[in-house]
Design a protein around this ligand. Structure first.
Ligand code: UDP
Length: 242
């Protein structure tokens, strides 16, 4: 594997945990995973050495799994420790959250004890806008504001539920409970594709036996051993010891 030389590429976008670069092809971008960790809409920030490598490997693993199960995604291949080659996307300004167990902001908002199982998965949409703190948006608002069409929303809902079912089933075999996660979608040549990342930064993973948190809540809640938790996730998924 030859490492990508980012100096030769044009930076298109810099996010909190990733950078996106243009490539020689108008159809593909390089996504570069950084070590930055942020929470609470950027108020809390730290560098977790090696996190970018772990998330790149974990996210690549999940996207390969989903691709093999027929989920349409932007993922082409992992290039090296920190970089992925992906199809270009016009990202829809939505955060799509799927929940199997009450946790985090939802548990708090409704006064439901964290860890309560749900009778069926919950799907939530937020408008992706840091300045506004990613507010909730319902389907009527999303179509009325023009952030997505009803057809796109129907596609998003079907894909999100399929991703939930594939990941929940797979993770159960690794003794991991998939509590909740966030997805983002975009359009490539008009086709709706799953984009962004799937990693401990964007999912809640709990050890099925002990309930130990193996995700970004270790950072958000100052639980310590963040890197070890991400390493444990990579190990359970791939057998690789980081
Ligand atoms: N999430 C995310 N990015 C966000 C907000 C949420 O990746 O900007 C993920 C988060 O890691 C969790 C799920 O979406 O797996 C639900 O998060 P929640 O709404 O409970 O928000 P939080 O408690 O993190 O504020």
């Amino acid at each position: 594997m030859v490492a990508i030389n980012l100096d030769k590429l044009e930076l298109l976008y810099e996010g909190k945990a990733k950078e996106v670069y243009k490539t020689g092809s108008s159809a593909a971008y390089i996504v570069h995973y950084k070590d930055d960790a942020t929470a609470f809409n950027g108020e809390k920030h730290d560098i977790i050495f090696g996190k970018g490598v772990l998330n790149n490997k974990i996210s690549s693993f999940f996207f390969e799994l989903l691709k093999n199960e027929g989920v349409p995604t932007h993922f082409i291949r992992r290039e090296d420790d920190r970089n992925q080659l992906v199809l270009t996307l016009d990202i829809l300004p939505l955060e799509v959250i799927v929940r199997n167990i009450a946790a985090g902001s939802m548990a708090k908002r409704f006064g439901i004890e964290e860890g309560t199982s749900l009778k069926h998965p919950i799907l939530e949409f937020c408008y992706k806008n840091d300045a506004l703190g990613d507010p909730f948006a319902n389907e009527s608002q999303i179509t009325a504001f023009g952030w997505a069409t009803q057809e796109q929303l129907d596609g998003i809902k079907a894909i999100a539920m399929k991703v939930n079912s594939i990941l929940t089933t797979f993770l159960a075999t690794k003794n991991i409970t998939l509590v909740d996660f966030k997805l983002e979608f975009g359009l490539h040549d008009g086709a709706l594709l799953l984009g962004d990342e799937i990693s401990p930064d964007t999912c809640r993973f709990w050890d099925s036996k002990t309930g130990e948190k193996l995700d970004k809540d270790r950072f958000r809640r100052d639980l310590g051993n963040i890197e070890d938790a991400y390493k444990e996730m990579l190990f359970r998924l791939t057998g690789e010891k980081a």
